[in-house]
Design a protein around this ligand. Structure first.
Ligand code: PBG
Length: 332
C-alpha cells in the first residue's frame, strides 16, 4: 500500500492556518491601518454641522469644525484630509469664479486646518463643479465642455489652493493636459513641494449621486459628464490615462469610483508600481449605510471589509467618508 502524498488532502489541510486568531493574524498578507486613510470631508460657509441626507453619519462642517476635525484626524492617526466645498447658490456662475477666490471657502478651510494641525496633509479637489451654475467641472460653450480654456481655469484654481497651504493638488476634472499645465505652473510659482494626486482613471459613474447632494450641485448639473469622464466599459483606456498623468508629472494616481472598479486598481498597480489610491465614493458609502441601517449588513464589519479590499487590491490608501469612524474601529 502506497503512502498518500503529504502535499494533498488529508495531510495537506488549508484550514490549519485558519484555526485561531493568532495564526490568522500571523499569515495575513495585507492589513488596514488608520495611516491608509484619507478623510473625505465636506465644508460649508455657515456655522456648525449640517447632516447630508443621503449619507447618514456625514455632515458638512463649518470652517471652525473643519479645524477641529483636523485635530481629530491627527489624534486618530489619519494622515490626510480631502476637502470638498458646498458653495451657496448665489456665488455660482458659468466660469466658477468662486473657485479662484483666495478668500473663498476652500482656502479658508485649508488655512484653518493647517493652523490647527500642521502635521495633517490637506488635499484639494481641482475641478469647477462645486462653483459653476451648470454643475460641470469645466467651462461650457454652446453645450460643449471646452478643454483648453478649462485647463487655464484649473491652473488658476490650483495656484490659489497651493497659496492657501494645500499639500496635495488633486485634479478631478478629467480635462486633457491638465496635470502638465498644473505641474508647470506650480514649478514656476515656487511650489515645487506641492504634490499632485491625479484622478487619473475617473469614470462617469452613478455612484457620485449623493456627493452632488453633499456639495449642492445636484440641482445644477445639466446633462452628464460622459464627454470627459471615462466610459465604464473600458480598461485599456484607464492605463493610457494613468500613463499620461504620470508622464505629465503626477506624484500619485487615483482610480475612482472604488469598489466597483477594483479590477482597474489592480491593473494600474501592476502596470505602473505608482502610489495608487482609490476613492470610495459617496454612493459606495450610501449603499453600505443604507443596508446597515436596514439591519441587512453588519455595519462595522462591512465598513472595514470594504476598506480592506482596497489594500488587498494593492492600493497605497483610500479616500473615504468612513475615515474617522474606521480609524476609531481600528483602535487608534
Ligand atoms: C468633482 C468630483 C466629484 C467627486 C469628487 N470630485 C463628482 C463628479 O465628478 O461628478 C465625487 C465624490 C463622491 O462621489 O464621493 N469633479
Amino acid at each position: 500500500m502506497s503512502t498518500p502524498p503529504l502535499s494533498s488532502y488529508p495531510a495537506l489541510r488549508m484550514r490549519r492556518l485558519r484555526q485561531a486568531d493568532w495564526i490568522r493574524r500571523l499569515v495575513r498578507e495585507t492589513t488596514l491601518q488608520p495611516s491608509d486613510l484619507i478623510w473625505s470631508m465636506v465644508v460649508h460657509e455657515g456655522e456648525g454641522r449640517i447632516p447630508v441626507g443621503a449619507m447618514p453619519g456625514v455632515e458638512r462642517l463649518s470652517v471652525a469644525e473643519a479645524a477641529r476635525a483636523a485635530r481629530e484626524a491627527r489624534a486618530l492617526g489619519v494622515p490626510a484630509i480631502a476637502v470638498f466645498p458646498y458653495i451657496d447658490g448665489e456665488k455660482k456662475d458659468a466660469r466658477g469664479s468662486e473657485a479662484t477666490n483666495p478668500e473663498g471657502l476652500v482656502c479658508r478651510a485649508v488655512k484653518a486646518m493647517k493652523d490647527a494641525a500642521p502635521e495633517v496633509g490637506i488635499m484639494c479637489d481641482v475641478a469647477l463643479d462645486p462653483f459653476t451654475d451648470h454643475g460641470h467641472d469645466g467651462l461650457i460653450e454652446a453645450g460643449r465642455i471646452l478643454n483648453d480654456a478649462s485647463v487655464e481655469r484649473l491652473v488658476e484654481q490650483s495656484l490659489v489652493q497651493a497659496e492657501a497651504g494645500c499639500d496635495i493638488i488633486a485634479p478631478s476634472d478629467m480635462m486633457d493636459g491638465r496635470v502638465a499645465a498644473i505641474r508647470s505652473a506650480l514649478e514656476a510659482a515656487g511650489f515645487q513641494d506641492v504634490m499632485i494626486m491625479a484622478y487619473a482613471a475617473k469614470y462617469a459613474s452613478a455612484f457620485y449621486g449623493p456627493y452632488r447632494e453633499a456639495i449642492g450641485s445636484a440641482k445644477a448639473l445639466q446633462g452628464d459628464k460622459k464627454t470627459y469622464q471615462m466610459d465604464l466599459g473600458n480598461t485599456h483606456e484607464a492605463l493610457r490615462e494613468v500613463a499620461l498623468d504620470i508622464a505629465e508629472g503626477a506624484d500619485m494616481v487615483m482610480v475612482k469610483p472604488g469598489m466597483p472598479y477594483l479590477d482597474i486598481v489592480r491593473r494600474v498597480v501592476e502596470a505602473f508600481a505608482m502610489p495608487t489610491f482609490a476613492f470610495q465614493v459617496s454612493g459606495e458609502y450610501a449603499m453600505l449605510m443604507a443596508a446597515a441601517r436596514n439591519g441587512w449588513l453588519e455595519e462595522e464589519r462591512a465598513i472595514l471589509e470594504s476598506l480592506s479590499a482596497f489594500k488587498r487590491a494593492g492600493c497605497a490608501g483610500v479616500i473615504t467618508y468612513f475615515a474617522p469612524r474606521a480609524a476609531r474601529l481600528l483602535g487608534a
